[in-house]
Design a protein around this ligand. Sequence first.
Ligand code: ADP
Ligand code: MG
Length: 680
Amino acid sequence: MATRADERPIGAPVTDLPGVGPGTAAKLDRLGIETLGDLILHLPFRYQDRTRSVPFNELEPGKSCLVTGRIMASNVTFGRRRSLLIRLGDGLGTLTIRMFHFSRSQERSMQPGSWMRCFGDVRIGPTGPEMVHPEYRLHRDEPPPAPSELTPVYPATLGLTSARIRTWVAVALERCHYVVASSLADMPFADLMEAIRFLHAPSNDTGRIDAARERVVLDELTGHYLVMRRRQALLKRQSTIALPSGPKLGRRLLRQLGFRLTRAQAKATGEVLEDLAKERPMIRLLQGDVGSGKTVVAAFAAIRAAERGCQTAIMAPTEILAEQHFETLSGWLVPLGIGVGLLTGRQGVPERRARLTAIRDGGDLVAVGTHALFQTGVEFHRLALAIIDEQHRFGVHQRMQLRDKGRLPHQLVMTATPIPRTLTMALYADMDVSTIDELPPGRLPVRTHGAAMSRRGEVIDRVRNWCAMGRQGYWVCTTIEEDEETELNAAESVYAELSGAMPGLHFGLIHGRLPQAEKNAVMAGFKAGEIHILVATTVIEVGVDVPNASVMVIDNAERLGLAQLHQLRGRVGRGSIQATCILLYETPLSAVARERLAVMRDTNDGFKIAEKDLELRGPGDILGTRQTGEETFRLADLGIDRHLLPRAVALGNRLLAEDEATAQTIIDTWGRRDAEYAAV
Ligand code: ADP
Ligand code: MG
């Protein structure tokens, strides 16, 4: 047991532990472990059962187990490979230990009569059961009874075994035993530390392990919620440029739009404008299915800022989408006298310089762009509003970066990925939410069919007939690798294939690598109806809006996830023509792929699809954390643990109201990773 003097604070670096030098610290760092607290919270992902020493007559091949026996013989053989063979006996049977790598001293230590305890995989060798290179320990006398706890297996990394980690965790637990101790009276493990200790060395009791894990996960989710709530509270105390109603340019746009806002659009717009009128920065999530008309809500917000001489930055995840927003918004705003500019990473130097100047002197009141907008060197004259489109494509960190830019602007985050309410509540607790829950009138749901690749010829014929009758559409190419290059190759060969198969029709090819001028020309040709079929990579996934397009074929649809399929399909069915989507798939289909395609056939409802998606693959993808390689949680896995979210929210709220001290303890425990999210 450590003495008081050995005790270390939870935040102490791992190098404070005896035997952990800079080399080991660097390896631990790869696992995200910097402090003793990190080490303690590095929980096992499974366990080995070493609680029972298995008699040699009960060994089962293919299983790993603990064994104990006496050395009967030990010799080196020179067969195909030089090996050390140790024969163990336990009175009930024999077991051979086989080693290919061994030292002289190892060889000499294997004295007949000594006891050996091993843990390893059993297999059947030439002379009966054997273990190859098990973990082992020699004993002069009969070894002590097997441990009564399960042995934890930790996430390990190159050059750092789970066993080494196990030792350090044990030391860390000893050195800072008073830390991370939120206490919740009504839980199976009232004291968090008790649950953590148990998980590092549990008894063989699955029920208790689950309860302890749940206790820790609940703490972590509550911690995340509390950090979000705290951030919201901090935001409420900040002030930014208030944007009260001005010369009513919005009314002019409303008259010029050519359509009437849906009830849901009007409501969302009202909520946004009300937020903007306040000094407290808006942080609002606008969610609405693909095609529900979020862009126009953004336009009203930008107009409000412009009326006050303030700027709006609109960030889109792809160049194509940025360009399209630029066009749409220019069409709406320039007639009102509001300057709109486009800034992307692919612009030439003179163009970029001109834009930067216009953004700096306020000539561009609305700046549309990719993430290039938020790179250093972009200085705004008077930025009051940041709009982030298709937020699922960006990570939480990128959302945060915006806050670093000068004064905190109002923020509107738009997403077409409907996030189930339980998730929004807990994970985006710092945001207010507006939902557009209806599509513009007159939209016919897209009809979706699946077709096996063997029917490709038939599909081509059908598409040709449709296009001959004046319809337009997309042919989307996918590849297994998420690699622009291979996707481009696939798209080029499909382009050649289709042009050959459908003489007389006009084709366009669009992908992320196309120079901007060509991209614009192709999109313009498609919009004008000169191009019948746009062969595209998945770059068109987000946001592209050509209402006349009513046919979509997705090649190798089995490769895509539900969210992506839904986004792609959202490119058609935007006009009043009945749209069709054909999902071409390679056989045989995996069970999950079959289910995905069935969901696509059965529903157009983004919320249903999102729920199903969550079920099929967990929310990391839905929330974009996986795409951006961000780890939000140490232990919680929302695919498994999301049923705990409502409890975490309720618990968090209760603690905020009744027990600030415990709330603070939980934030301190889990907060280090969340701290940067909390910084405003
Ligand atoms: P998303 O929510 O997917 O971003 P968009 O803003 O791109 O949707 O809108 C999709 C299409 O619907 C656009 O062509 C837009 O002009 C049109 N649209 C938006 N609102 C309405 C409406 N209330 N009535 C008719 N068409 C609308
Ligand atoms: Mg959009």
